[in-house]
Design a protein around this ligand. Sequence first.
Ligand code: SAH
Length: 281
Amino acid sequence: MIDTALPPMPEFEPGSVWLVGAGPGDPGLLTLLAVHALAHADVVVYDALVDPGILALVKPGTPLDYAGKRGGKPSPKQPDISAKLIRFARRGLRVLRLKGGDPFVFGRGGEEALALVASNIPFRIVPGVTSGIGGLAYAGIPVTHRDINSAVTFITGHNTDGKVPDGLDWDAIAKGSPVIVLYMALKHLHEIAARLVTGGRNPSEPVAIVARATTKDQQVIETTLGTCVADSEAIGIEPPAIVAIGGVVRLRAALDWQGAAEGKQLDADPLQRLLMTAIGA
Ligand code: SAH
């Protein structure tokens, strides 16, 4: 499948579990270790967010075990998924646990790995491209840019209880975090935006919402903190989506490389630095 020589890869031992990040969607964003694992797994336990184009890379006949929500039924409980991984490994299978994005970023990878440790199952962690970085890059938004921010904060908009995380100091985040990247936040965007504005953020601050990032259905809206809820509702944005808040969103005018490939005119001076220099500002 890959026509150049690959570096040596670790053996996928029978009876072990590889906890692998599948990236945000585009199969081209898989790591070599992920491709190796797909080619050697005896069973794949995958989540809803894993792209079908990635599952197509398994050896023919490999059982694919879906661990996400099925036809309106409640999603399997986390302990059930961990128990299944342990069961498969004890049968001597090479178990590939495939998760969207990176397994350790809002992905419960740590919980599953802890269960493996407790059961003495050998395992390997293979990081993946997380949607909050790679997905934004596909939309032409860097999470850091020297002229704009020297920090970025990743937040889940949705706790295990389904609510906006209350253990966070939203005022401190509003004041101290120049760029905020929200996962799982569409449902509670109204409340989160309100908390940030209450904490001192400007309602005119740029916001981008990137849905189904890196897939052929990628959808991006550029909006502001004050208008993001109305805009996302008007356009009918559906999850999964990443929300980026902060000055880096303005760089999309220059860095929307996918748009450029389709004829969009890029603005080489999205921060208006050249203009300001020219007028002596
Ligand atoms: N481990 C994953 C995150 C899992 S939480 C990662 O590292 O990316 C699920 C959330 O991830 C979704 O609600 C959404 O906010 C985000 N997400 C995952 N894939 C995405 C994609 N292709 N486009 C936009 N957001 C995505």
